[in-house]
Design a protein around this ligand. Structure first.
Ligand SMILES: Cc1cc2nc3c(=O)[nH]c(=O)nc-3n(C[C@H](O)[C@H](O)[C@H](O)COP(=O)(O)OP(=O)(O)OC[C@H]3O[C@@H](n4cnc5c(N)ncnc54)[C@H](O)[C@@H]3O)c2cc1C
Length: 553
């Protein structure tokens, strides 16, 4: 396979040659550098590259070019290479244009000229973008293939596990591909035993569990040490932040995640309000970066393992996991976040994974291309999903129970939805039922004011009707409020006194629960901020409390 291309465009020959020289110097082992001296010439090069089946990873383009500006060129070029990273070379005076381009064409970065020295001002930025590109648009496919039925819960579960763990795979649709049916006939015991996961080493797994997949993929599912300073339960932003800070500050740290690092944030198609990412960041990118960072500092992350019970045997804390294995340590951080609330309407449960999805099943984008979809819910997560699917589906209908969208949604999302022609909002509307024979065929919606019912026929329905804390594992060990959120700090005190069973000669720390040495951070904590940044802040801040606690055990 030929190397992916880095395409640079500038009408000033001196600048063009300097960019080309710097790019070649640093990236020539893995990428081919192509240059063009005008937007028109560059577009012609892009068309030829596309025809030859070449992969373009990055456009690095000067904004100021006489016939066609950098932004104008990018607007055309990304039609052929939508995954390529986009960087503008700008002068100081072009800053406003560059910022506008973030919204208009999804600009990833703008570099101010001159970029000397490239080792600090050019290469780190481009390396970062290219690693993103590589993670998302892996050019040649020589990896895992999943063969199944597109609207089958078991196939969806496997795709979802691979996608949320950011394992690239190729989807083979048995229904539409006779060659795949032939390949697998006999091997999987017929269509009843789908999906089949085919690995590059020639082996296959039939209807695998997440645990079997994780083990086959070489993910860590068992602890390596006999004892830890800090055991983190949950790999969302709160847990990942605690793992990064804990491990970086020398604590023997392990994180247990039942599914994949990232948590709720990991399912977000674009987080636009997280500090330091003016163009937004996908939840998947954030999760990948955080997990890599935690591992780099020496934290262990075990996936496809659920923490079921926490036991207190002073001064030790033991976490018992779904396979019966135990983790023992001094301190535990509970960061299990929230789980989505179930939609109670006739017929919905039977169709989950077969056209009905909880959360933003991003894996289904290809399945709904050109079709109609429903998004249920009126808060930010529903708005983000609607915007995401509007780029793939023919039409997105948002069902909102209340009289308006804006009550639970950020202004910027409401504005985007209003401006997007293929998104329709039905207010005062709820789901009365769903039906289908093995896959979703129709959804009955009800007007809450008139009581009138009618049927819609979407290809898929994505549900975002709120969340509840996932704190069943806290039963009988730490105090929770009446909604299930874990109480911490002053909230566990009653009349200025610590709770029953409190043994430490001090009051609980800010994020400490009713048991010394067991902490809680993130969405599952009573009174938390319910935002990515808030969860990250709480997870990191907990580590300093863990340090103080460790001095006493
Ligand atoms: C679709 C969507 C979009 C969002 N967009 C934004 C946004 O744009 N900006 C913003 O600020 N916030 C956003 N949020 C909110 C934000 O994602 C949450 O506030 C944040 O993820 C909370 O982090 P957390 O670590 O507390 O919990 P979570 O993210 O919920 O993570 C908890 C993790 O713990 C794991 N877990 C749970 N129980 C166990 C157990 N017993 N054993 C092992 N693992 C367990 C779960 O699998 C999960 O991975 C969004 C949420 C959603 C759902």
């Amino acid at each position: 396979m030929s190397k992916p291309v880095l395409l640079t465009v500038d009408d000033d020959p001196e600048v063009l040659n300097a960019v080309e020289r710097d790019l070649r110097h640093h990236f020539r082992t893995d990428y081919r550098v192509v240059k063009a001296s005008s937007g028109a010439q560059a577009l012609e090069a892009v068309r030829q590259l596309k025809q030859r089946g070449a992969h373009v990873a990055l456009f690095l383009v000067d904004e100021r070019m006489p016939q066609m500006t950098g932004t104008q060129f990018l607007r055309e070029a990304i039609k052929l290479y939508p995954d390529a990273r986009r960087v503008l070379l700008t002068a100081y005076a072009d800053t406003d244009t560059a910022i506008a381009a973030i919204n208009e064409i999804g600009l990833d970065h703008y570099l101010l000229k001159p970029w000397e020295p490239p080792s600090t001002r050019l290469y780190p930025v481009l390396e970062d973008l290219l690693s993103d590109w590589f993670a998302r648009a892996r050019p040649s496919f020589d990896g895992i293939r999943v063969a199944g039925n597109s609207l089958s819960p078991a196939s969806y579960a496997v795709k979802d596990f691979l996608a949320s763990n950011q394992v690239p795979y190729q989807w083979l649709d048995m229904e539409n591909d006779a060659a795949v049916r032939e390949l697998l006939s006999g091997a999987s015991g017929g269509a009843a035993r789908l999906p089949v996961v085919l690995f590059p080493d020639g082996t296959m797994l039939v209807q695998p569990t997440p645990r079997e997949l994780a083990e086959k993929l070489g993910m860590q599912t068992q602890a390596r040490k006999p004892f830890y300073d800090l055991i983190v339960i949950g790999g969302g932003p709160a847990g990942l932040a605690a793992a990064v800070y804990g491990a970086s500050e020398g604590l023997r740290t392990i994180l247990v995640e039942r599914s994949a690092p990232g948590g709720q944030a990991g399912t977000s198609s674009n987080i636009e309000n997280y500090l330091g990412f003016p163009g937004g960041v996908t939840g998947a990118d954030l999760a990948r970066r955080a997990a890599t960072q935690a591992r780099r500092f020496g934290a262990e992350i075990i996936t496809a393992q659920e923490a079921l019970v926490i036991r207190r045997e002073d001064p030790y804390r033991t976490v018992i996991m779904s396979d019966g294995a135990e983790l023992t340590g001094y301190a535990v951080l509970i960061a299990p976040g929230m789980e989505v609330r179930r939609l109670e309407a006739q017929g919905v449960d039977e169709l989950v994974g077969a056209g009905v999805y909880y959360g933003a099943a991003l894996t289904e984008a290809a399945t709904v291309r050109g079709k109609d979809v429903i998004v249920v819910g009126g808060a930010n997560s529903a708005g983000q999903a609607a915007m995401f699917f509007s780029r793939h589906a023919r039409k997105v209908t948002i069902l909102v129970r209340g009289p308006q969208l804006s009550a639970g949604m950020s202004r910027y999302l409401v504005d985007r939805i209003t401006e997007t022609p293929n998104v329709e909002v039905l207010v005062n509307t709820s789901v009365a039922g769903a039906r289908g024979n093995g896959r979703l065929e129709a959804v009955t919606v009800m007007d809450n004011v008139s009581g009138e019912r009618r049927e819609l026929s979407p290809a898929a329905m994505f549900i975002f009707i709120g969340t509840a804390p996932r704190t069943a594992l806290c039963d009988d060990i730490v105090m929770r409020d009446d909604k299930g959120f874990v109480l911490t700090g002053r909230d566990v005190m009653s009349d200025g006194r610590p709770p029953a069973g409190w043994t430490a000669p001090r009051d609980p720390y800010l994020f400490e629960t009713s048991v010394p040495g067991i902490f809680c951070a993130g969405d599952a904590r009573h009174g938390s901020g319910k935002r990515v940044a808030a969860a990250v802040g709480e997870g990191s801040a907990t580590v300093s409390m863990v340090h103080q606690y460790l001095q006493t055990v």
